[in-house]
Design a protein around this ligand. Structure first.
Ligand SMILES: Cc1cc2nc3c(=O)[nH]c(=O)nc-3n(C[C@H](O)[C@H](O)[C@H](O)COP(=O)(O)OP(=O)(O)OC[C@H]3O[C@@H](n4cnc5c(N)ncnc54)[C@H](O)[C@@H]3O)c2cc1C
Length: 453
């Protein structure tokens, strides 16, 4: 009888358990925190208090694995968002509204986790044990044979480390020299402040607003997305010491410094935010298991424990879902106990991680204070992406292609397909006319005078 232990019952761990339930007789998920059946932020997942957009690549897999989950989440207040009425500002303009491909789903992270936990609890061969902290993995005869909890062995044919960015297991294995993959770290010192306010259909004409960074003039980001409970979730983010603050005055002042005036107008009209939380994210981090010659049979790493990116691009959960899918495909071909499994899985996982890593870390290098290993061609790529962003202001097909890349549905190489390239080049040709003035979304009821911005 084949068995697996998954360490960590957050998004990566729950999705991994779901995938393995089709392939392994007995799956146990061990979570150090005591879990409650409520959409509540958790102490060990502090990022859950901040905006968590589920990109369409992740949503698509979840819908396959848990039939009806989209409708279940919508029934609990999650909101479909698509390009038809979206306000996404970047590099001097809003993305052209229209068909950007499949809709994403906006909700709080705790709601998503709660529903995933409930769905996993329904799987017959999966057991979720909370309040159980894994001390270490057990290594015998050159392979991982299980985990140790409170000094007691828990054997398994496969252990999957989904214990997050600060994985104790990864640190222990590296410091003891048993498994020490090269690690890339790229500084960003990203600071988040988030909170809620009552949602009004008068704001942004009832949809949502994302104000992305506009390098080199602005590295601030801000987003207002609809979540359950008829609320807006508002997140402000700065990098390299540009902090959004926490008081009403600091947040308003930061929001007024965004490239789009709309977030500042919303805070001025309807603020202050409730349940304000802050988060500091020092650097993107990638553990390169794919570059490690000697992996440990019986052990793989997935999710933030393998790679965690600057969160502003919202890629972590979708990337974890894609890695979980890759684990399933690999186990299907090798079997769960195969010594080849870690090598083959991490090779596949690295190809998945490459795209979001290039998107997030590549763009972070547009800030002069960003330090870390920089891939060759990053600056040229960034210059081209900026032209793509500008082309999205007027071209719905380019906006759709770009959106599909950002949602991890298509690889970044699709942005240089002739159909996209031609439009990008055409849109950047010098024209006889001045660019049209930017139309910002309305904040407040139709008659409201926009005092700011
Ligand atoms: C501010 C911020 C905003 C973000 N926004 C987005 C977004 O918009 N969209 C998106 O997709 N992603 C976003 N992310 C990333 C996302 O949060 C992660 O990628 C996602 O949580 C997947 O992480 P994980 O499951 O690998 O690890 P985590 O979520 O960190 O969970 C690890 C789990 O393991 C448990 N654990 C740890 N050690 C042990 C142990 N020894 N024994 C047992 N259990 C253990 C922890 O308690 C925890 O439950 C954001 C991140 C941050 C920081």
């Amino acid at each position: 009888m084949a068995s697996a232990v998954v360490v960590g019952a957050s998004v990566a761990g729950l999705l991994t358990a779901r995938v393995l339930s089709d392939l392994v007789d007995d799956v146990v998920v061990l979570e150090r925190e005591h879990l409650i059946d409520a959409p509540a932020a958790r102490g060990h997942v502090p990022q859950g208090r901040h905006l968590h957009l589920l990109l369409t690549a992740g949503l698509g897999l979840m819908v396959d694995w848990f039939p009806g989950i989209r409708e279940e989440l919508e029934g609990l207040g999650a909101v479909r968002i698509d390009g038809s009425r979206a306000w996404v500002y970047q590099a001097g303009g809003y993305r052209a509204q229209g068909d950007w491909g499949r809709a994403a789903l906006s909700m709080t992270r705790p709601l998503l986790e709660q529903v995933l936990r409930r769905r996993v609890a329904l799987l017959e061969n999966v057991r979720l044990e909370d309040g159980v902290a894994v001390d270490r993995v057990e290594v015998s005869d050159g392979r991982v044979s299980g985990v140790v909890v409170d000094g007691v062995s828990r054997p398994a044919d496969l252990v999957v480390d989904c214990s997050g960015r600060s994985s104790r297991i990864a640190h222990q294995l590296a410091s003891s020299g048993i498994l020490a993959p090269p690690v890339s770290q790229v500084s960003i010192d990203c600071a988040y402040t988030s909170g809620f306010m009552q949602r009004s259909t008068d704001d942004f004409e009832g949809t949502f607003l994302v104000c992305g960074t506009s390098p080199p003039t602005s590295f601030r980001g801000g987003a207002v997305l609809p979540v359950e409970g008829e609320r807006w979730m508002v997140t402000l983010a700065g990098v390299h010491g540009d902090l959004p603050g926490i008081t009403e005055g600091e947040l308003l002042s930061f929001a007024r410094g965004l490239s789009s005036p709309a977030v500042g107008q919303l805070l001025a009209r309807a603020g202050p935010l409730s349940s304000v939380a802050v988060y500091r994210f020092p650097f993107s981090q990638r553990r390169h298991y794919e570059k490690t010659r000697q992996l440990l049979p019986g052990f793989v790493t997935l999710g933030d424990a393998a790679c965690s990116f600057n969160p502003i691009y919202g890629q972590g959960m979708a990337c974890a879902a894609l890695q979980a899918e890759a684990l399933g495909e690999t186990v299907r071909t090798t079997g769960v106990g195969s010594p080849d499994l870690p090598r083959l899985f991490h090779r596949r996982a690295a190809r998945i991680i490459d795209a979001p890593w290039a998107i997030a870390v590549g763009a972070d290098f547009m800030h002069p204070m960003t330090v870390g290993p920089k891939a060759r061609g990053t600056d040229a790529l960034n210059r081209y992406v900026l032209r793509v962003v500008k082309a999205t202001h007027t071209s719905v097909p380019v906006a759709r292609s770009f959106n599909r890349v950002l949602n991890l549905v298509e690889p970044p190489t699709t942005l240089i397909r002739p159909s996209v390239l031609g439009r990008v080049l055409a849109s950047s040709l010098p024209g006889p006319h001045r660019p049209a003035p930017v139309h910002h979304p309305r904040v407040g009821p139709p008659s409201a005078v926009q005092a700011d911005g």
